[in-house]
Structure formats: structure tokens, C-alpha cells
Ligand binder design. Structure first.
Ligand SMILES: [Zn+2]
Ligand SMILES: [Zn+2]
Length: 92
């Protein structure tokens, strides 16, 4: 397993890390598979999930929505599957 996915790192919180420190809001949440950063999706105004990839190069996110387990690779823009990440794997 490369360092693109670290199944032992818990998510950074229950909402988008950047939106919570500002006054942002989001539609859906994505969790970085490498460092646990929780960011908002591309349907959200600020798209912090994509921003995180551009800033860090961490290419893989998992949906942080309840009941959704898919992964997404920003480089290939393909959805896929991945290992079980550290709990919780969705927001409350
Ligand atoms: Zn955000
Ligand atoms: Zn990350």
C-alpha cells in the first residue's frame, strides 16, 4: 500500500475542516484517504476536497456520507474501491 491511503488515520472531524473555521457550508463531504482531512465536495461552494488535493497532492478521497463507501481518485477522475479506513467513515 502506498502512502496515498493510510487506513489508520482517523478523519479530521465531522465537517469540512476549512468551512468550519470560516462561515462556509457544504453539500456533501469527502475524506482524504491519506491524512484524514475532511473537505467539501465539488457540488459545494468552496470545493475544499479538490483544494486539498491541489494543495497537498493527496489524490484519493472516500465519501464521508453515511452509507457511501466509494473512493475517488482525482488524478484519474475514477471512482473505485479501497480498504476499510479508520472509523468513523461518515459524518453523524
Ligand atoms: Zn469546505
Ligand atoms: Zn490529505
Amino acid at each position: 500500500m502506498s502512502n496515498e491511503i493510510d487506513p489508520t488515520t482517523p478523519p479530521s472531524g465531522t465537517g469540512c475542516q476549512e468551512c468550519l473555521t470560516g462561515d462556509g457550508w457544504w453539500v456533501h463531504l469527502r475524506r482524504c484517504a491519506a491524512c484524514g482531512h475532511v473537505g467539501c465536495c465539488d457540488s459545494s461552494p468552496s470545493q475544499h476536497g479538490s483544494r486539498h488535493f491541489e494543495a497537498t497532492g493527496h489524490p484519493i478521497v472516500q465519501s464521508f456520507e453515511p452509507g457511501e463507501e466509494w473512493f475517488y481518485d482525482f488524478r484519474t477522475q475514477q471512482m473505485g474501491e479501497g480498504p476499510e479506513l479508520a472509523a468513523p467513515t461518515s459524518h453523524p
